[in-house]
Design a protein around this ligand. Sequence first.
Ligand SMILES: Cc1cc2nc3c(=O)[nH]c(=O)nc-3n(C[C@H](O)[C@H](O)[C@H](O)COP(=O)(O)OP(=O)(O)OC[C@H]3O[C@@H](n4cnc5c(N)ncnc54)[C@H](O)[C@@H]3O)c2cc1C
Length: 415
Amino acid sequence: MTKQQQKKIAVIGAGIIGLCVAKQLRDKGYQVSLFDNEGIAQRCSKGNAGHFATEQVFPLANKKLIPKLPSMLFNPRGALSIKPSYALKMLPWFCRFLLNMRTKTFKAHTQAIRALNELALPAYEALLAGSNYKSLLTKNGSLLTFEHTKKRDIKKMYLDFKAHNVSVTWLDKKALRQLEPNISDSVTEALFFHDVGHTIDPYSLCMLIFNLYKEQGGEYKQENVTDITSRSSEPIVYTTLGQAHSFDKVVVCTGAWSKPLAKKLGLNVPLDTERGYHAMIDMHDILSRPVASAERQFIITPMQQGLRLAGTVEFAGLDAPKRVSRAMMLLDHAKNLITNIEHGQISQTWMGCRPSLPDSLPVIGTAPDNKNILFAFGHQHLGLTQGAITAKLIAQLCQDEQPSLDLTPYRIDRF
Ligand SMILES: Cc1cc2nc3c(=O)[nH]c(=O)nc-3n(C[C@H](O)[C@H](O)[C@H](O)COP(=O)(O)OP(=O)(O)OC[C@H]3O[C@@H](n4cnc5c(N)ncnc54)[C@H](O)[C@@H]3O)c2cc1C
């Protein structure tokens, strides 16, 4: 056994981030123990839109959002909702979000997102090489559609994407229909992103990664991690079962639930959750790729179980019950985008808690005072996209290798 193979690493959280990290570390020969209190991919990674959204290089903290905020917020079918009793609680997060819209910051964060997205799909291909993953990761591009946005604004968007090396074609109505015949007549134009993928089931993709990890001898414990401490830099993980497990390294991948664990380690992160919804429609063979609406701010992805309508942002904290109406309203939006969808039935609704930091960047890196404690959380709207590249970077840190990217923008003590 090599020295590396004797090293024990705990990965806390079995969402897409923790699963990719656990598999990558196991591939490198570490003895990995994966912990989750809920089971495999039972939270945000279970029901997302399945879009490997490598084109989404612009942070959400974007000045262009400001004029749209009132209609997003006050329209009952708008993309944004804030639970009144939560408004005061999220105010500090929102103030930071606004500050991140400053031009210089926006530009720097665009570069930081782009750097991760550019490496995202090759990282998945490397992580899943040798397995039968291709039915779960289709590279067929995606569309951003427009119903009434002015041509000059579409042109500006198109040029912005091009300026950031995003491979994009501007389609008129006819070209769009040739690509997706079931798009309704109200859609006038679209941007087609070439280097984008989607999965027909994000949960099955998570299970594939988990099964590969288990086949390689990875360990899984369904336990709630309540604390992490360190004795002479060696981390100890405590679980609700009252057990203390000692490891060489620990990686915290607990998504929207990461704040309390970071706090126990003396780190204050302004993490909140942007809750999002999906509705499944029992319709098949309608689309060949994800289709997003620029005006309605949601996405439709063709999945194994039917069409998935997904999106919206709700600030209501981690514990508020799901508001089914937020998912149901997506069908009304979809009726404007896809022909004959009114015949489809909603077969399921779902809510997930996106882990979001106000600068739209994840945390990827080590604790400032202990390189044996690592963090990988806060991937907001792009956790599926950035899972494998995050895992690659974490493995490089564990191995004391030079990371493929400069990790300064993602450090945990940047706030
Ligand atoms: C509607 C919607 C659509 C989306 N669409 C897309 C998309 O198309 N493309 C994209 O890239 N992203 C998308 N996202 C975002 C993406 O789903 C998330 O960024 C991603 O799932 C986050 O993964 P995660 O592993 O960090 O978190 P999670 O999947 O939430 O996993 C965290 C895990 O940690 C566990 N955990 C928490 N605390 C503890 C503890 N103390 N002890 C043990 N275990 C613990 C939880 O049980 C959970 O399993 C979407 C999100 C939503 C809501």
